[in-house]
Ligand binder design. Structure first.
Ligand SMILES: Cc1cc2nc3c(=O)[nH]c(=O)nc-3n(C[C@H](O)[C@H](O)[C@H](O)COP(=O)(O)OP(=O)(O)OC[C@H]3O[C@@H](n4cnc5c(N)ncnc54)[C@H](O)[C@@H]3O)c2cc1C
Ligand SMILES: *[C@@H]1O[C@H](CO)[C@@H](O)[C@H](O)[C@H]1NC(C)=O
Ligand SMILES: *[C@@H]1O[C@H](CO)[C@@H](O)[C@H](O)[C@H]1NC(C)=O
Ligand SMILES: *[C@@H]1O[C@H](CO)[C@@H](O)[C@H](O)[C@H]1NC(C)=O
Ligand SMILES: *[C@@H]1O[C@H](CO)[C@@H](O)[C@H](O)[C@H]1NC(C)=O
Length: 663
């Protein structure tokens, strides 16, 4: 797909050629005053090398005032589209100047850039512009790119995250693109752009991101950011948008000693495209332990840290966002800045947990590196049902006994990660996989001592279980050996989540009512992916915008369900309402918070659920740094004054225009 996209990139530039010959092309003026066509030979990428040997390479090429001044002197056509944003009142592109009901600029609108203008943009980015070809287009005989072999390859690897990471626009929740152009449906004619962006900037340097931001802001284009495409809410998609694709920003640098007001020690500097698996491999290589998610393909410096990020190490070190020492970011005004404890402190606070695609595009960040240590724990798969040794009744008793001990385990820094799936229609029993239950810096004998009282209780209940124990002297081996590879890109599936605070365990009545409510949801067909942990911020961590509900939580549950393809609109609505209103409605009294990175796009009070007491300050910062509302994503801070046109109130897809709905 990358090769294919590259060909399309050439097409964009190439599209200007016939017009160049007719003398209608975008032009520049040479120092001799001659007006000549702007093309690869005459127009250089709009980048200035900013010499600093200590900087990550991608950060060293920047769009600066002097680059813009030069291009202004050359009288490049369209140069005004690439200028930085100013905070001044006269700026008509600011959202306050737009009327309610007006939308972003879309293909077909008079203000949509011409192909010549896209061509200039492509030249200034050094050829980084890609015109979207949906990942499944190679499966459609009526699309110009049909290729049966590539199609078969994509279908064979569809549920692997790497398939989607490597594609400029593919997202792992295809629901939100309207399930258009699914490779599996190749013999239909359903390959449209749906919720996919129109164009993508494949970013390898900061200046390209700056150009894209300035271009989208001055033209009022919808802007989206895609890193890996793991987002569960459709946040890395958007019909008719310009997308910034950060996947190729892969550099990792180990720093032996970094000092900030609150930290002194080793650190890792990560480009925005580095994934969890790449971070862990690098940490292992340098003899340290890094904090990331459990899933290999998730982008560490992208949505993960932006949204907080839970980790097998959270009990010991807090959220992913608690590891951050400094962040390099391109702001909505196009300026490239560093945020840290000593610079741009508001941004530093907001970017650590305040959500992706909201305050700018993060290009790199520096995180703490921790010492190596021992990890031990256990995995299992336990089934219930009348074809197993465990009746459902005993299964639930055993589960309640486990849940009841969550406060105690949270104290021990555990990551108790498991999934419970119904084995079939109601009555068929459950499959409970521990994926694993792991504790940092504990030996196996310490782990066994911790779990023994529970296991004794289970034995007394007659519950059959067979744990497989492990111990490793480092995180990397523990992680590669005992964490699952998760399947992605399931269609017809939607998830929601809850963060259950420690206080819900305080009296037995509340605790039991909470367990009964969770059980009832699972009995009705919801999956439950559960995490028992303690993601409180360790002492000395600078305050951040991360969801305050996380800090109280000791149980994080992801629920959700799928539905059969091709069901009626009424049936579809019923499923969506069941998830958001019925199931989550039952659980909200015990867990008002939820994790925005693995949450419900229809969460009714998303501001409180996903951000907690930090929402108001996050919104103030958002308004200040982005008076254009250039960055928008469903359930992101400040998203309330826009909505996607033509969507029902029970499911927001990314297939329509983004329009302003209030001031
Ligand atoms: C299989 C699977 C496993 C997961 N496991 C975990 C886990 O263990 N722990 C955990 O906490 N979460 C986990 N998640 C959730 C994950 O943290 C989120 O999906 C996260 O948003 C992914 O970020 P991304 O950059 O990889 O994805 P993307 O979908 O590319 O981006 C997600 C959001 O961040 C924005 N964004 C991305 N890069 C940038 C950037 N450089 N600057 C600004 N905005 C940006 C995007 O616009 C989008 O809004 C998992 C998700 C999946 C699908
Ligand atoms: C100024 O712009 C022209 C045209 O793109 C380019 O050839 C030249 O190298 C630029 N000079 C500087 C100093 O950036
Ligand atoms: C192709 O179409 C046939 C008949 O219309 C259908 O049965 C089949 O499932 C389709 N195949 C794919 C891959 O969509
Ligand atoms: C097991 O339970 C299912 C569903 O209730 C039922 O259909 C089946 O007959 C039961 N099997 C046995 C062996 O009891
Ligand atoms: C692990 O535990 C030991 C002993 O309990 C302690 O000395 C050591 O500092 C701990 N290591 C880390 C990285 O916390």
């Amino acid at each position: 797909m990358v090769v294919l996209s590259f060909q399309r990139a050439l097409l964009v530039a190439g599209a200007a050629l016939p017009l160049v010959q007719q003398g209608l092309a975008q032009t520049i003026k040479t120092p001799d005053g001659e007006v000549i066509p702007a093309n690869e030979d005459t127009l250089a990428p709009a980048a200035e090398p900013v010499a600093d040997s200590d900087t990550i390479e991608a950060d060293a090429l920047q769009l600066t005032e002097s680059v813009l001044a030069n291009l202004t002197a050359y009288e490049l056509s369209d140069i005004e589209l690439f200028k930085f944003g100013e905070e001044d009142d006269a700026d008509v592109t600011q959202v306050s100047k737009r009327t309610v009901g007006s939308c972003k600029t879309y293909p077909g609108d008079p203000k949509w850039p011409s192909r010549l203008t896209w061509g200039v943009f492509n030249l200034l980015t050094g050829g980084a512009l890609i015109e979207t070809v949906p990942i499944g287009a190679v499966c459609y005989p009526d699309q110009g790119v049909y290729d049966a072999e590539k199609c078969a390859e994509i279908i064979a690897h569809w549920t692997e995250s790497a398939t989607h990471e490597a594609d400029p626009t593919s997202a792992m929740s295809p629901l939100f693109q309207g399930e258009t152009c699914m490779p599996q449906n190749g013999n239909s004619s359903q390959c449209t752009l749906g919720g996919f962006p129109s164009y993508v900037v494949k970013a390898t340097s900061v200046y390209q991101i700056q150009l894209a931001i300035n271009f989208a802001r001055t033209l009022n284009l919808r802007l989206v950011v895609k890193n890996t495409g793991h987002d569960f809410l459709g946040k890395s998609l958007g019909y008719g948008s310009l997308s910034i694709w950060t996947h190729h920003l892969k550099e990792i640098r180990f720093r032996q000693s970094v000092k900030t007001p609150s930290y002194s020690g080793p650190a890792l500097e990560l480009g925005a495209g580095v994934t969890v698996g790449e971070l862990y491999a690098a940490a292992n290589k340098y003899g340290v332990t890094a904090v990331g998610g459990e899933c290999k393909g998730v982008g560490v410096a992208g949505g993960y840290i932006a949204g907080g990020g839970h980790s097998p190490l959270s009990g010991k070190y807090g959220l992913g966002s608690d590891q951050v020492l400094s962040i390099d970011v391109v702001l909505p005004n196009g300026r490239f800045v560093t945020a840290s404890e000593t610079q741009n402190q508001d941004l530093f606070w907001a970017l650590r947990g305040g959500g992706g695609s909201t305050f700018g595009v993060v290009t790199s960040l520096t995180v703490k590196a921790h010492p190596k240590m021992t990890f031990s724990g256990a995995t299992w798969v336990i089934n219930s049902g009348n074809d197993t040794a465990n009746s459902d009744e005993v299964f639930w008793k055993a589960m309640y006994a486990y849940w009841a001990r969550f406060p105690e385990y949270a104290e021990q820094d555990v990551y108790g990660y498991g999934s419970i799936f119904p084995r079939g229609p109601p009555g068929s029993g459950y499959a409970w996989s521990m994926l694993p239950w792991m504790v940092p810096n504990k030996t196996l004998s310490e782990f066994k001592a911790m779990v023994q009282p529970l296991f004794d209780e289970w034995t007394a209940l007659g519950f059959e279980f067979e744990p497989e124990y492990f111990e490793h002297d480092n995180f990397y081996d523990a992680w590669t050996s005992h964490f699952p590879t998760e399947a992605v890109a399931n269609s017809n599936l939607r998830t929601a989540s809850r963060l259950f605070p420690r206080s819900s365990w305080e009296d037995e009545e509340t605790r039991t009512a909470m367990f009964d409510a969770v059980r009832s949801v699972v009995e009705e067909g919801s999956a439950l992916i559960q995490y028992n942990m303690n993601p409180a911020a360790p002492a000395g961590t600078p305050a951040s915008g991360a969801n305050s509900h996380w800090r109280e939580a000791i149980w994080f549950g992801i629920m959700g369900t799928g539905w059969a393809p091709g069901i009626s609109q009424e049936e579809l609505e019923a499923v969506q309402r069941k998830i958001t209103d019925d199931w989550m409605g039952r659980l909200r009294p015990y867990g008002p918070g939820a994790y925005g990175n693995e949450g419900d796009v229809m969460e009714p009070d998303f501001a409180d659920a996903f951000f907690g007491e930090n929402y108001d300050r996050l919104l103030q910062i958002k308004r200040k740094v982005d008076p254009w509302d250039l960055f928008w994503a469903p359930t992101a801070v400040g998203s309330e004054r826009w909505s996607i046109a033509g969507q029902p109130d029970w499911l927001t897809l990314q297939t329509g225009k983004l329009c302003k709905v209030s001031n």
